[in-house]
Design a protein around this ligand. Structure first.
Ligand code: ADP
Ligand code: MG
Length: 730
């Protein structure tokens, strides 16, 4: 091993797990202790202030200035009692991370004294220096003006010594510059549309809440080994490295015992998450070595999105304390399972009914079928848009790789529901239906859907979008993603589809059909027109790729092409008519996503060139020189015949190393040239495509050769910690 690698490896082996104590507190005792939640508000606020914040949460009503002052003052009092000294507006800019600008509570006043100050003004609005956040041309950077505004629907919390206030982030001209703003609008749109459809079934429904339960996958790598890999440090993924002899073939890691150090990391993550009100529940090992998952109980979607952003921050901070680095990247190690973030999604009424859960009666099942079929139709209509919502440079490595869902969007619903939809399609008559027809449908189709579906457990794990008994699970989301984007798209397309459904049903009712008959008829035609998206088979197989093509389903493998749908006319109509984003906002986002993609590839490409030229090739040359010296020595010692016989293999090794070095050098040069050419392209779309089509393909070519060299060159000289060290050190 190189001295650098030895040092890192030794450090890793000497680590001891941190002891994480709970101080005798149970999970329920610590849960939410750092959150200004509804019960704390009730305690700290006047009735009037409390009621006004509840109205703001549930109905989006405005909070008056003097009430805001009251709330701010109580919030401050609570935060200071908890030891907080600072406050910040906490928001999710389009960089994908979270951002904060900290201010002290304290304010100097005359006479060299100071007071604790935090008023309605500071709570409601703040102006962060926004010039460095991406805005896709909306806000001129020299203006650097955007402001954050309080989102009362997500409670404030204390992180470290700082009171964090969840906010939206918008430009002075009113355009959204963050992930949360359009999400809130989409949630509002789906609330309205779903509530009005619910009226067919239950007049008591006046609000529908989208729910999200995410499952976050990640890797843990020792920090010393991590620091010895420039690719991990700079790109969060390895750009080189031969797969280890023992990979995940044995599958002995899944649900395996969690190594002690990782377990203590998880224990602390769990405690800190619970304090912040994140209801984490499961922790287990994933398929790949050193890969793990954490998943909370589902929550209202906006809160769940905030909690996911928060936990990604938490993971990073806590991992460092345990001498780990957490890798959230979708594909940190080629040839090893990647990481995703399943988004479990459903809709729930204010009356507590999960609209995607089959019920006990034919009536509740008809409501279930209505929402179920409309979800299928929405995904069928907007499959490409859904694909674009999960597009990123990292996820491109994962989608379509053998353990992740492919880039083709399809839906799995299971045998029982496939049968129910088929029966519905066959039994609903186009013309006037007799009372017997309707009774038969209600009793023998709708009434037969069991409350708990049998194939609920026997799930098709290869599907990108699967119905799992009482929710849909969008599995193609990448592990680094901010769930706000796929959730914004999913809820918007659902709102659109539900509105369309409502119109069609109302039109039939106006023509004299009974309500149930009208619903049956529209469900039937919706099922017929959405069939192509349903697929029960193996999504990983080549047969599906062919079949999908026949059905006209797209298989868009790379981000710049997937993103195109985001700003298509169809999408612009969708977003604008549902009041989720303006055309300007869509265009800005499109450019930002493209730019982010291109910048990622650009950085990776530079790091590849750096490591290849400055680490790998010099190492290969050194080793080659050793071999050359050796062969020369043999020649001196041996007679011609023996020398010829015994030096053959070594000479061919020298030749092989030379060939590989030369191939790496020429590909690195070619990559650098292609990058230069691409950088000259002004149009961001064309530039991103040039990176995708001309720069990126060289990564694999270069890597192929370097990984071969890793196998040839003596271990002592190899500069980078190997996969087996990164993944199997415990
Ligand atoms: P897995 O996919 O690993 O088998 P589970 O099926 O146990 O996991 O559940 C996955 C996630 O589904 C959990 O995070 C849970 O909170 C979430 N979930 C359950 N019900 C709902 C719902 N109605 N809405 C949204 N998410 C839900
Ligand atoms: Mg899952």
């Amino acid at each position: 091993m190189s001295s650098f690698r030895i040092a890192a490896f030794k450090e890793t082996l000497s680590r001891k797990p941190l002891i994480i104590e709970r101080n005798g507190e149970t999970s329920s005792e610590i849960f939410g202790s750092q959150v200004f939640n509804q019960s704390i508000m009730k305690e700290f606020l006047t009735d009037e202030a409390y009621n006004s914040i509840i109205l703001a949460i549930e109905k989006g009503e405005k909070i008056q200035r003097d009430t805001a002052d009251l709330i701010a003052s109580s919030m401050k009092q609570w935060a200071i009692s908890k030891g907080a000294t600072h406050y910040t507006h906490w928001f999710q800019p389009l960089t994908g991370a979270t951002a904060e600008k900290h201010d002290a509570f304290f304010d100097p006043i005359e006479g060299g004294r100071a007071i604790d100050k935090f008023e309605g003004n500071q709570l409601v609005q703040q102006e962060p220096d926004a010039s460095s956040f991406p805005s896709g041309g909306i806000r001129n950077t020299f203006e650097a003006r955007g402001y954050t505004a309080w989102d009362p629907s997500s409670p404030a919390f204390i992180f470290g010594d700082t009171l964090c206030i969840p906010t939206i982030f918008v430009s002075y001209t009113g355009e959204a510059l963050d992930n949360k703003t359009p999400l809130l609008k989409a949630l509002h749109a789906v609330d309205k549309a779903a509530t009005s459809v619910c009226q067919y079934f239950d007049k008591h429904v006046n609000r529908v809440i989208a729910t999200l339960g995410w499952e976050q996958e990640y890797f843990l790598v020792d920090s010393a080994l991590y620091n010895a890999r420039p690719d991990l440090v700079m790109c969060e993924r390895t750009l080189f490295g031969h797969a280890p002899a023992k990979g995940q073939q044995l599958d002995d890691h899944y649900f395996g015992s969690i190594p002690e150090r990782a377990a203590s990391f998880m224990r602390e993550l769990e405690i800190q998450s619970l304090k912040l009100g994140i209801p984490v529940k499961t922790r287990h090992n994933e398929v790949a070595p050193n890969q793990f998952e954490c998943a909370p109980v589902f929550e209202e979607a906006n809160l769940a999105v905030d909690h996911n952003s928060l936990i990604m921050d938490l993971m990073d901070k806590i991992a460092r304390r345990h001498n780990f680095r957490v890798l959230l990247h979708e594909k940190p190690f080629a040839g090893i399972n990647g990481s995703g973030k399943h988004n479990n999604w459903s809709l729930c009424t204010n009356t507590g009914v999960n609209l995607l859960s089959p019920g006990k009666t034919p009536k509740s099942n008809l409501q279930f079928l209505t929402f179920f079929v409309n979800t299928i139709a929405a995904v069928n209509q907007y499959a490409d848009l859904l694909r674009s919502s999960i597009a990123s440079a990292g996820n491109d490595h994962r989608l379509g790789a053998n353990e992740a869902p492919p880039a083709i969007i399809s839906i799995f619903i299971g045998k029982q529901l496939t049968k129910s939809l088929h029966e519905l399609e066959v039994k609903v008559k186009k013309g006037k239906m007799t009372p017997e027809d309707k009774t038969d449908l209600k009793l023998n189709v709708v009434g037969k859907i069991p409350e708990i579906l049998l194939d609920n457990t026997d799930r098709n794990r290869t599907s990108p979008f699967a119905f799992t008994g009482n929710k849909f699970e969008f599995r193609a989301v990448g592990s680094t993603a901010n769930c706000a984007l796929p959730m914004m798209v999913l809820n918007t397309i659902m709102a659109e589809q539900l509105n369309k459904f409502k119109k069609e049903v109302d039109a039939l009712i106006n023509k004299g059909n009974g309500k149930d008959e009208a619903i049956f008829k529209v469900l039937r035609s919706t099922i017929i027109s959405s069939k192509d998206i349903l697929f029960e088979g193996n999504n990983y197989g080549d047969a599906w790729v062919k079949e999908a093509k026949k059905r006209g389903l797209n298989n868009i493998k790379t981000t710049p092409y997937a993103l195109a749908e985001f700003k298509s006319k169809k999408s612009v109509d969708l977003f604008t008519s549902n009041n989720v984003m303006s055309e300007k906002e869509i265009q800005a986002r499109y450019e930002i996503y493209l730019e982010q993609y291109q910048m990622k590839i650009q950085i990776e490409s530079r790091i590849i060139a750096d490591i290849a030229r400055n680490h790998i090739i010099p190492t290969a040359i050194n080793y080659q020189n050793k071999l050359i010296e050796n062969v020369k020595g043999l020649k001196e010692l041996m007679d011609e015949k023996t020398y010829k016989k015994l030096s053959k293999e070594q000479i061919s090794m020298i030749t092989e190393i030379s060939e590989r070095i030369s191939s790496i050098m020429s590909d690195v040069n070619e990559m650098t040239n292609q990058r230069r050419k691409a950088n000259k392209i002004l149009d961001v779309e064309k530039r991103a495509k040039a990176y995708c089509n001309r720069v990126l393909p060289l990564f694999d070519k270069i890597r192929y050769q370097t990984d071969k060299l890793e196998l040839l060159i003596n271990d002592e000289d190899w500069p980078l910690p190997k996969f087996r060290e990164l993944l199997f050190t415990k």
